[in-house]
Design a protein around this ligand. Structure first.
Ligand code: MD6
Ligand code: FE
Length: 217
């Protein structure tokens, strides 16, 4: 259940739903740029292909990932970290496209975080059955900066918990074009994605693509 405090608020930038202090869903905010965003995702994945990373515990992640930006999030037997180079190719990650930077800054500003300039964009690719287990985003140096998360393609149920793993979770449906901004007192909340249900999206088919923008510092 999501709490919609301002159901009638729509200034053209998308309907706003507050999840908790510091966390807001901006419904449909990415829709106007969707074609440009999807073309940019195709370009990035042609240069830095999606891959299934291994967790430090030795498990293959069901989400396929790649990155763009000065820093890319990677995981292997040695741990989780940000790396300037794609370990598969040894080359820098592709740069963050201008359309991504504008959307991320605009979303952060809508949520009250001015001047957001991400240096990392993780691209997550889901298929039906794929899930992301409950975690905190804490591999970044600077927790004063928010995270901006853009959902595209088939719907997912986002689990939004508290500051302790055992805190109960809200279940937040996220659809094509929805943007979540997450910072301040919410920055270290546990969260995850439930296993995706089979569905098809007109542009993306049976896939969900999530972009998460961060300032790693
Ligand atoms: C996803 N998102 O939606 C995974 N993390 O596919 C995340 O792990 C996430 O959406 C921090 C803030 C927002 C997010
Ligand atoms: Fe996360």
């Amino acid at each position: 259940m999501t709490l919609d405090l301002f159901p009638d608020h729509d200034d053209g930038a998308g309907r706003r739903e507050e999840l908790a202090p510091g966390a807001v869903v901006l419904r449909g905010l990415a829709l106007p740029q969707q074609a440009e965003i999807l073309a940019a995702v195709d370009d990035i994945t042609s240069r830095a292909p999606l891959r299934h990373l291994t967790t430090p515990g030795g498990f293959r992640m069901s989400v396929a990932m790649t990155n763009c930006g000065a820093r890319g999030w990677v995981s292997d037997r040695r741990g989780y970290r940000y790396d300037a180079l794609d370990p598969e190719s040894g080359r820098p990650w592709p740069p963050i496209p201008e359309v991504f930077l504008e959307l991320a800054a605009n979303a952060a500003s809508e949520a009250g975080f001015e001047g957001f300039a991400p240096d990392a964009c993780l691209i997550n690719h889901y298929e039906p059955g794929t899930r992301l287990s409950l975690h905190q985003d804490k591999d970044e140096r600077d927790y004063s900066q928010p995270i901006v998360s853009v959902s595209l393609g088939i719907p997912a149920v986002f689990l939004f918990g508290g500051l302790k793993r055992e805190d109960r979770c809200l279940r937040v449906p996220l659809g094509h074009g929805d943007v979540v901004v997450w910072g301040g007192p919410a920055r270290l909340r546990f969260h995850g994605v439930m296993p995706l249900k089979a569905a098809s999206h007109p542009g993306l088919g049976m896939r969900r693509v999530n972009l998460t923008f961060r300032k790693v510092g």
